[in-house]
Structures are given as structure tokens and as C-alpha cells.
Design a protein around this ligand. Structure first.
Ligand SMILES: Nc1nc2c(ncn2[C@@H]2O[C@H](COP(=O)(O)OP(=O)(O)O)[C@@H](O)[C@H]2O)c(=O)[nH]1
Ligand SMILES: [Mg+2]
Length: 305
């Protein structure tokens, strides 16, 4: 099954809202008019497009006034173009290589329960399948269960893991993971972190500390910092995400749990608001349910008939 078909079958709730919603708008051969556009806007709002909903409907209204959209197919086409123009083209998968053949380090952050550990397991699996030697650093030392969870996943995909006991210094774990990767010649290091501390200030301080520790051992690292967001929170997750963006320079987003929500449209507002591209999306709990974010496939999966 190709990417588009996989997305269509995993993003069903958002797809039902938007694509099936458009079918519903034109039921019984209804003609295109201003009311159709108002209803379309409402439909997009319920899929959590937020301010993007009215912007794209304005685009469509302009085309309608010029007589360029007449019916359902035109609306789908114009909506597709308008939505696509709002996604950053530089997202998706990146080349995991460094100039000096050093390990490529990715720091993964996000609030508790957003899907960090699961996404890391999926990424480790994915990169392993691409022939990379992957090492995971269990920097979430807040709960013993967190690194156990990682361990189970890692074992399944044959990925090595660096961990210390509960309460260990996360920055020390990160340092050691990078150190190990350099010495043993790993290609990729994925650093899992905690999403909860006594206070938010402590958490952000800790992330900065991890960031510094990694850079100390390997100048230029981490090469990427990805924020994992819970897709079921839709636009509500933006404020929280901004706090992370203040603490560390985000270079990409992973939006998890898009299989369980009709609020997938939030991706448009989120990526723009944070000015960071989406790299991957989570479409289910099992290991292979992580997809590279390809704007065209994503938009087609939720808009096309
Ligand atoms: N349906 C679904 N559930 C997910 C996805 N990603 C993570 N989860 C679930 O979300 C919950 C929290 O995930 P976890 O990785 O432990 O979050 P963390 O606290 O950020 O590390 C777990 O029950 C996961 O199975 C996804 O893409 N789809
Ligand atoms: Mg975790």
C-alpha cells in the first residue's frame, strides 16, 4: 500500500470530517454559493484548522467571485492548493549524516504522554531498517517505567540503549550515550527525555542542560531537536509547544496520535505558529505506524474524494 492509501486508512476521523464533509455539502446536486463556503469554513473549524480555516475559505471565495470554482471537484482542488501553500516544504525526512562521519544526534522533547518514547521506538525501528546503527539514550530518568518501556521496544528492533537508574542525571545519560556512539561508531543517537518535572522552569532548564552536555561531547550536536506533540490536543498544544521552543531551538515536529482524532487539521496552524516543519506523524500505536510527513500526501488523504 502506498503512502497516500496508508494515510487515508489511518487518518479516517479527520478525513471523514473534511473529505466526506465536502461530499455532504454538495449532496443532491447543490450548487456552489456563498452558503456552501460558510459551511465549508465551519467544517474546517471542527477539524481544528483554527484561523487557517477562514484564510483558505477566503482564498476560495475569491476564486468563486472570479467564476473559477463551480462545484465539488473545483472546491476540493482549490482547497488542496490553498492548504498545501500553508505547509512548509522543507519538512519530511532528513539525511542523517554528519560531515565528519560522527553520530547524528537527535534530541526529542515534549510534554508527558505526548508520544515521545513511542515515536523514538518507531524512529529507531525505521532508521535501523534503513541500515543505520541506532543508539537510544534513556534520559527520562524521572520514572523507572519510562526506560523499561524503551527497553522493551529497543529489544524488539535490536536497538541498543544507554540508561542509568531512576533519578540519574539526564544530562549525564545524554553525554554517555553520545560518548558511546562516538566510541563504538553508531550512526544515529536518539535521546528520549522526560516531559514532566517539579516545575516547568526546571524542565526547561534540564532540557538546556542536556543540550549543552551533548554539545560538549560532540560540537554541533544535537543536530536536530524534535518536539513530539499529541495530535489529539489539536491547536491547544500550541501554547505548550512555544515554551519548549523558548528553551531549545526546535528543528522539527512529530505529531503523534493522528489516527485517533478528527483534529488533524491543527497541523496547519501548529507548523505555522511555531515556524518549524513537520517531519513525521504518528498514525497508531505499533512500531511501523510512523509516516514521513509529505505535505501532498497528507493533504490529499484528508481532502481528496
Ligand atoms: N493511537 C496512537 N497512540 C499513540 C501514538 N503514539 C503514542 N501513542 C500512545 O500514547 C501514549 C503515551 O505515549 P508515550 O510514548 O509513552 O509518551 P511520552 O510520555 O511522551 O513518552 C501511549 O499509550 C502510546 O501507546 C500514535 O501515533 N497513535
Ligand atoms: Mg516517555
Amino acid at each position: 500500500m502506498g503512502l497516500l492509501d496508508r494515510l487515508k486508512s489511518r487518518l479516517t476521523r479527520t478525513r471523514e470530517r473534511i473529505s466526506d464533509g465536502i461530499t455532504g455539502l454538495f449532496k443532491g446536486g447543490r450548487a456552489m454559493d456563498e452558503d456552501v463556503l460558510l459551511e465549508l469554513e465551519e467544517l474546517l473549524y471542527t477539524s481544528d484548522l483554527g484561523p487557517v480555516a477562514s484564510e483558505v475559505v477566503e482564498d476560495l471565495a475569491r476564486l468563486h467571485r472570479r467564476g473559477e470554482i463551480a462545484g465539488e471537484e473545483d472546491v476540493r482542488g482549490a482547497l488542496r492548493d490553498s492548504l498545501l501553500s500553508r505547509l512548509q516544504p522543507e519538512g519530511g525526512e532528513i539525511e542523517l549524516t554528519t560531515e565528519a562521519d560522527e553520530p547524528f544526534v537527535v534530541l526529542v522533547v515534549g510534554v508527558n504522554g505526548s508520544g515521545k518514547t513511542t515515536s523514538i521506538a518507531k524512529l529507531a525501528h525505521r532508521f535501523t531498517q534503513q541500515g543505520k546503527q541506532v543508539l537510544v539514550g534513556a534520559c527520562d530518568t524521572w520514572r523507572a517505567a519510562a526506560s523499561d518501556q524503551l527497553h522493551v521496544w529497543a529489544d524488539r528492533s535490536g536497538v541498543e540503549i544507554v540508561k542509568k537508574g531512576e533519578g540519574a542525571d539526564p544530562a549525564a545519560v545524554a553525554f554517555e550515550a553520545v560518548e558511546t556512539a562516538i566510541v563504538l561508531g553508531y550512526d544515529v543517537v536518539l535521546l528520549d527525555t522526560a516531559g514532566r518535572l517539579h516545575t516547568q522552569k526546571n524542565l526547561m532548564e534540564e532540557l538546556r542542560k542536556i543540550h549543552r552536555a551533548v554539545g560538549k561531547r560532540l560540537p554541533g550536536a544535537p543536530h536536530e531537536v524534535w518536539l513530539v506533540m499529541d495530535g489529539t490536543n489539536g491547536q491547544n498544544a500550541v501554547q505548550q509547544a512555544k515554551l519548549f521552543a523558548e528553551a531549545v531551538d526546535l528543528t522539527g515536529l512529530i505529531v503523534a496520535k493522528l489516527d485517533g482524532t478528527a483534529r488533524g487539521g491543527a497541523i496547519f496552524g501548529i507548523t505555522r505558529e511555531l515556524d518549524v516543519p513537520v517531519r513525521y506523524i504518528g498514525t497508531g500505536e505499533s512500531m511501523e505506524l510512523l509516516e514521513v510527513f509529505e505535505p501532498e500526501a497528507f493533504v490529499d488523504a484528508i481532502v481528496a474524494g
